[in-house]
Ligand binder design. Structure first.
Ligand code: C5P
Length: 302
C-alpha cells in the first residue's frame, strides 16, 4: 500500500451568486453557479508513525494549526476511521487567500479524497461530499468540481454541462482579503434581500440555459448574465475592487464579476490572446493576475 499521495486542488469562481433567503441557522439560502478553474494548490499527504496531524505550508500566512480546514478534514477522517493513524499534509499554496476562490476549501477536499485513496476506504463521491458539507458550505463542490448549480447553503449540487475552455482573467487585489462571514452578515444587516430585483428576472434559469446551450456563443451569453449579490456589500466597502471591475469592463471582455465574497474579480475573455492583453492592462504592483481556463475536475493527480 502507498504511504503518500500528491493531489492538485483547483480554485473555483462563482459565475452566479444569488442570495434567496435568510436561514434560522445564520446561513443564507443561495442559488450559485460554480466553475472549477485551472489555478491549483498542491496537497501532499504522507502517513506518519505518530498518531498526529502535521500541516506544512510554503505560504507564511497559512495557519498550520487546528484552524486550517485541511487539518479539520484530517481530524474528521481520524474521528471516523481511528485506524488511519497519523498524517503529514504539505500544502504548496498558489491560490490566493481571502479571495473568494475557495482555496482553503479545496485543500480540505483534497485531504478527504487523499485519505480515502491512501487508506483504500472505498468512499463514494456522495459520501465524500456529505463529509465535506460538515466542514464548509463550498467544500462538496471542491470535491465534485466542473460546472454545477449549488443550492441550500451551497452544499446541494446539481451538475451542469461542462464548460470547456472558458478563458478567464483572474485578478486579486494583493492587499484586500474579505472574510466571507462579514460579507454575508453585512448583506443581512442591511436587509438587502428586501430590495433584490434579481429573482423577478429569473436570471439563474437564463444562466443555466446559456451554459446548456454550448457552442461558440455560450461564453458571450454567460458573460452578459454574470451576477453576484455580494457585490452589493463588498464593492461599496472596497472601492479598489469596484475600480478593478470597471477597468476589466473597459477592456474587450465578455463580462466581469467579483467571485464569491471577493476580493477576486474575474473577466471572461473571447480568446487567449485577448485574455493576455486584458491581463497586461490590469496587472500592477497592487493586483496579481492569472490567465486560466475552466476545468472539469476539482481534484486531480499531480
Ligand atoms: O460554510 P462556511 O464555513 O464556508 O461559511 C463561512 C461563513 O459564510 C459562514 O460562517 C456564514 O457566515 C457565511 N455563509 C452564509 N451562508 C452560506 C454560506 C456561508 O451566511 N450559504
Amino acid at each position: 500500500m502507498n504511504s503518500r499521495i500528491s493531489l492538485k486542488s483547483a480554485a473555483k469562481i462563482n459565475l452566479y451568486l444569488e442570495i434567496t433567503g435568510n436561514r434560522a441557522d445564520g446561513y443564507h439560502n443561495l442559488v450559485m453557479i460554480l466553475q472549477s478553474i485551472d489555478l491549483c494548490d498542491r496537497v501532499d499527504i504522507r502517513k506518519i508513525g505518530k498518531d498526529e496531524i502535521h500541516i506544512l505550508c510554503n505560504h507564511p500566512d497559512v495557519p498550520c494549526d487546528r484552524s486550517n480546514l485541511a487539518y479539520k478534514a484530517a481530524a474528521l477522517m481520524q474521528s471516523i476511521y481511528p485506524d488511519i493513524g497519523g498524517l503529514e499534509i504539505e500544502i504548496d499554496k498558489q491560490i490566493p487567500m481571502g479571495a473568494g476562490l475557495a482555496g482553503g476549501s479545496g485543500n480540505a477536499a483534497a485531504v478527504l479524497v487523499g485519505i480515502d485513496r491512501l487508506w483504500d476506504l472505498g468512499l463514494t463521491q456522495s459520501q465524500l461530499c456529505d463529509l465535506a458539507a460538515q466542514l464548509g458550505s463550498d467544500i462538496p463542490f471542491c470535491i465534485s468540481g466542473g460546472t454545477a448549480l449549488a443550492t441550500g447553503r451551497g452544499e446541494i449540487l446539481s451538475p451542469l454541462p461542462d464548460l470547456k475552455d472558458l478563458v478567464l482573467v483572474i485578478c486579486k487585489p494583493r492587499q484586500i482579503a474579505i472574510a466571507t462571514a462579514w460579507a454575508y452578515q453585512t448583506f443581512r444587516s442591511q436587509n438587502l434581500l428586501a430590495t433584490s430585483e434579481v429573482q423577478q428576472h429569473n436570471l439563474s434559469s437564463q444562466m443555466v440555459a446559456a451554459i446548456a446551450s454550448g457552442g461558440d456563443s455560450a461564453p458571450h451569453r454567460i458573460g452578459r448574465l454574470l451576477y453576484n449579490d455580494l457585490e452589493r456589500v463588498v464593492l461599496p466597502a472596497h472601492p479598489a475592487i469596484a475600480h478593478l471591475k470597471q477597468q476589466l469592463l473597459e477592456q474587450e471582455c465578455l463580462g466581469a464579476m467579483m467571485s464569491g465574497s471577493g476580493s477576486t474579480v474575474f473577466a471572461i475573455a473571447p480568446d487567449l490572446d485577448r485574455a493576455n492583453s486584458i491581463a497586461a492592462a490590469v496587472r500592477s504592483d497592487e493586483v496579481d493576475v492569472w490567465v486560466v481556463k475552466s476545468v472539469i475536475s476539482a481534484i486531480t493527480d499531480v
